[in-house]
Design a protein around this ligand. Structure first.
Ligand SMILES: Nc1c(/N=C/[C@H](O)[C@H](O)[C@H](O)COP(=O)(O)O)[nH]c(=O)[nH]c1=O
Ligand SMILES: Nc1c(N[C@@H]2O[C@H](COP(=O)(O)O)[C@@H](O)[C@H]2O)[nH]c(=O)[nH]c1=O
Ligand SMILES: [Zn+2]
Length: 362
């Protein structure tokens, strides 16, 4: 196998753990000697051993003189686990391929420097693009302190999210709605507006398999109009946090906190998206999946605070000038103010198509 193939194997190992390691990055490591794989590993859960540790433990003595392929710069600081670069140096590994440096300014380049000083031959950049994309959430969060935001919309061929009477279930197929759960699984929190809670009474749980870590359910609700009987209040299937404006009284808030609901109160009447995101970042939310409704999506668009858009389009025509569309709010006057995005992927899901697009900022 070539260097490229060994790094591809390391990336594959990392790819399979997306959604499990938050708030840590996903990392894969492959240890090779005489063209034989003698150890491999992935970081499985924050607080557990790092990818390199698993690979080196598997190789044992054979690690001496071996070559390591790792998708992220080995850490050199004491977090919840001892520094990987010290272990790499002690194990006698003589060459290390690092796909990409750690974006964390505190550590970036230091692990590489330490290994070089110990006489290890270090090469950085093999499959760098793929490695950075794999950790786009982690890199964004580390560099901004704000959660990586994915907006999700599900529309008919004519762009409607419901009929003019408000009926919307279902526009997209069961296969597409199941696919949404995969995206929920790879985010730390799911956000909807209070109108969606009132209209759909959603569960907002991650229904991919029973043992996944439940995503936090975040409701934007300026005046705290969430019905106390709503599933997200009563079902205790996942944490529920409600973001409210400064005018909500503390006695009204107590009705919810008494039920175990976390209330995040802004110090402004309304909820500025950026302030709300930095609150969530401080609370350890590194990625946020925004499922609507239209007013909420409209405000994320207006404030330009998102990194990716997932759009499901069902081959159905609904019609009706009064039927709602996916992004509401004031909108723009001139077409050249429209936000341009880059289509990253188009694929068919059952009868529907799914488009993943990335905004072209700046
Ligand atoms: N109406 C449609 C959607 N509608 C989404 C709703 O607004 C609400 O977020 C979900 O129904 C919540 O789901 P749950 O209770 O957690 O299973 N979303 C879709 O992808 N397709 C549609 O057709
Ligand atoms: N997951 C991972 C790394 N993650 C790095 O270490 C930090 C987490 O450290 P800790 O809290 O001790 O797990 C994380 O913020 C990131 O900078 N590094 C690595 O060498 N290999 C790994 O597999
Ligand atoms: Zn490490």
């Amino acid at each position: 196998m070539s260097d490229l193939q060994f790094m591809e194997l390391a990336l594959t190992l990392a790819k399979e753990t997306v959604g499990q390691t938050s708030p840590n990055p996903v990392v894969g490591a492959v240890l090779v000697k005489n063209n034989q794989v003698i150890g491999l590993g992935a970081h499985l859960k924050a607080g557990e051993p790092h990818a390199e540790v698993h690979a080196i433990r598997m190789a044992g003595e054979k690690a001496k003189g071996a070559t390591l392929y790792v998708t992220l710069e080995p850490c050199h600081h004491f977090g919840r686990t001892p520094p990987c670069c010290d272990l790499i140096i002690q194990s006698g590994i003589q060459k290390v391929y690092v796909a990409t440096q750690d974006p964390n300014a505190l550590v970036s380049g230091k692990g590489i420097e330490k290994m070089k000083q110990a006489g290890i031959d270090v090469e950085v950049g093999l499959l760098e693009e793929e490695a950075r994309k794999l950790n786009q959430v982690f890199f964004h969060f580390i560099q901004t302190g704000l959660p990586y935001v994915t907006l999700k919309a599900a529309v008919s061929l004519d762009g409607k999210t419901a009929t003019y009477t408000g009926e919307s279930q279902w526009i997209t197929s069961r296969a597409s709605r199941q696919d949404v759960h995969h995206f929920r699984h790879t985010h730390d929190a799911i956000l909807v507006g209070v109108n969606t809670v009132i209209k759909d009474d959603p569960r907002l749980t991650v229904r991919v398999s029973d043992e996944v870590k439940p995503a936090v359910r975040v409701i934007l609700d300026t005046s705290l109009r969430t019905p106390l009987g709503a599933k997200i209040i009563q079902d205790h299937e996942a944490p529920t946090w409600i973001v409210v404006g400064s005018e909500v009284t503390s006695e009204w808030i107590r009705h919810f906190t008494d039920l175990g609901i976390k209330i995040i109160q802004m110090n402004s009447k309304h909820i500025p998206i950026q302030d709300m995101l930095s609150h969530l970042g401080e609370l350890g939310i590194t990625s946020l999946f925004v499922e609507g409704g239209a007013e909420v999506l409209g405000s994320f668009l207006k404030e330009r605070h998102f990194q990716r858009v997932i759009t499901y389009i069902a081959p159905k025509l609904i019609g009706g000038s009064g039927a709602p569309t996916s992004f509401a709010g004031d909108g723009i006057a001139n077409i050249d103010e429209a936000l341009s995005l880059e289509i990253e992927e188009v694929c068919q899901i059952g009868p529907d198509i799914r488009i993943v697009s990335i905004p072209k900022w700046g």
